[in-house]
Design a protein around this ligand. Structure first.
Ligand SMILES: NC(=O)c1ccc[n+]([C@@H]2O[C@H](COP(=O)([O-])OP(=O)(O)OC[C@H]3O[C@@H](n4cnc5c(N)ncnc54)[C@H](O)[C@@H]3O)[C@@H](O)[C@H]2O)c1
Length: 332
C-alpha cells in the first residue's frame, strides 16, 4: 500500500512548483509576513491573512471561505498553504470543510512546521481559549520542506522548532538526539542542521502512518504537550517555547514517578538550556492544573501523559488528576 504521508525535501524553492504541474486551479493561502518575503515564488491567486493564534479561529475560517468563493474556488481547486504551523493548521482545516473537502498541500516555512505541524494531517483551530479544540484529521496531498525558507526565520521561532525536533528524537531516536544536540551547540547553519530536520519529519511520518487517528503510538508525539498547551493558554507563550518547558516538566514527572534517572532528566534540561531553549514554565501549578483538567486528552479523572524511560524511549501512562496535582506541587 502507498504511504499516505508524502514528504518532499529540497534546498531550493525552484523545486516546489514542479510538484503542482498537474493542478489546474491552485489557490494559495499564505501568512501575510511570508507573502512579503516569498509571495512571488508562487504564481497563483493568493489569499493572505495575519498568522496569529487569535486568527486561528472559526471567524478566520469564515473569512478565508468567503475569499475562496470570491476567487471561484470549487471542488476541483487545490489549496496550497504557505507559512508556519498556524497557516498549515487553518488552511488544512478550511480545505477540509470547503465544499465538504477539497485537496490541499503544505509548504511549511518555519522549522516547527517542517518537523511537526505540516505532517500528519491534524488541522486544528482554537476556540473559546482552547487550543486546537476544533479540527479535522485529513492528510495533505504532500508536504514540501524547503530549507531555504529557514534562512529568514527569526531566532526565537527557530528555537521553537528545535524544541519540536528534539522532542521527536527524545521519543524515538537516541542517536539523533545526541548528534543533533552536538551539532546545534556548534552551529545554526541550516545546511548542517537540515539532515536532522528531514530525519525528525520522517520519524513523525512513520509514526503517523502506523496510527493516523491517534489511538495508540501517535499519542507519543504529545510528549510535553499537555503541559505546553496549559502554559500557552495561561501565559500566551509561543507553542515551541511552551513545548521545551513541557518536555522538561515531563522529564521531571518521569523522575518523580521513578521511570527516568534523575541525571538523564537533568541532562535534557541542561542541553535545552545550552541551546537557548526555554526550560521554565512561568505559570503557577494551580493555573496549570486548572488548564490540564480541561485538556482534551483527559478521560474522566485520569489523563494520559507521555513519560520518558530514557532518551529515545517514551511511553503512555495514565495518571489520576489528584496524583498529578500532588506530584506537580512537589516538583515546583
Ligand atoms: N497540526 C499539528 O500537528 C501541529 C503540530 C505542532 C504545532 N502546531 C501548531 O503550529 C502553530 C505554531 O507553528 P509555528 O511556530 O510555525 O508558528 P507560526 O505559523 O505563527 O510562525 C511563526 C512566526 O514565523 C513567521 N514566519 C513563518 N515563516 C517564516 C519565514 N520563512 N521567515 C520569517 N518569518 C517566518 C510567521 O509569520 C510567524 O510570525 C501553533 O498554532 C500550533 O498549535 C500544529
Amino acid at each position: 500500500m502507498d504511504n499516505y504521508v508524502k514528504l518532499h525535501s529540497c534546498s531550493s524553492v525552484d523545486e516546489i512548483l514542479p510538484l503542482l504541474l498537474e493542478e489546474k486551479d491552485v489557490i494559495v493561502i499564505i501568512d501575510s509576513k511570508v507573502k512579503k518575503l516569498y509571495g512571488e515564488v508562487f504564481p497563483y491567486p493568493q489569499i493572505e491573512f495575519e498568522a496569529t493564534e487569535k486568527n486561528k479561529s472559526l471567524t478566520q475560517v469564515g473569512k478565508l471561505t468567503e475569499q475562496l468563493l470570491e476567487k471561484g474556488a470549487n471542488r476541483d481547486s487545490f489549496i496550497l498553504a504557505v507559512g508556519g504551523g498556524i497557516t498549515t493548521d487553518i488552511a488544512g482545516f478550511t480545505a477540509s470543510v470547503y465544499f465538504r473537502g477539497i485537496r490541499f498541500a503544505f509548504v511549511p516555512t518555519t522549522l516547527l512546521a517542517q518537523v511537526d505541524a505540516s505532517i500528519g494531517g491534524k488541522n486544528g483551530i482554537n476556540s473559546n481559549g482552547y487550543k486546537n479544540i476544533i479540527g479535522t484529521i485529513n492528510q495533505p496531498q504532500f508536504t514540501v520542506m524547503c530549507s531555504s525558507f529557514l534562512k529568514t526565520l527569526p531566532e526565537e521561532d527557530f528555537k521553537g522548532g528545535v524544541a519540536e525536533m528534539l522532542k521527536t528524537f527524545v521519543i524515538g531516536e537516541k542517536k539523533s538526539y545526541f548528534k543533533a544536540v552536538e551539532i546545534l551547540k556548534k552551529t545554526n547553519k541550516i545546511s548542517d542542521i537540515y539532515p536532522f530536520i528531514v530525519r525528525a519529519a520522517a520519524i513523525k511520518a512513520a509514526i503517523v502512518e502506523k496510527d493516523m487517528y491517534e489511538t495508540d503510538e501517535r499519542k507519543l508525539l504529545n510528549l510535553g504537550h499537555t503541559f505546553a498547551h496549559a502554559i500557552e493558554k495561561e501565559s500566551g507563550m509561543a507553542h515551541g517555547h511552551a513545548v521545551s518547558a513541557g518536555i522538561v516538566l515531563a522529564a521531571k514527572l518521569s523522575v518523580k514517578l521513578s521511570f527516568l534517572k534523575e541525571d538523564e532528566a537533568q541532562m535534557i534540561k541542561n542541553n535545552f538550556k545550552e541551546l537557548g531553549l526555554n526550560t521554565e514554565s512561568p505559570v503557577p501549578v494551580s493555573y496549570l492544573m486548572n488548564a490540564i483538567s480541561r485538556d482534551k486528552k483527559r478521560l474522566r479523572d485520569t489523563i494520559t501523559f507521555i513519560l520518558i524511560k530514557e532518551i529515545g524511549n517514551c511511553f503512555k501512562h495514565p495518571i489520576h488528576i489528584a496524583k498529578l496535582e500532588e506530584a506537580l506541587y512537589d516538583l515546583s
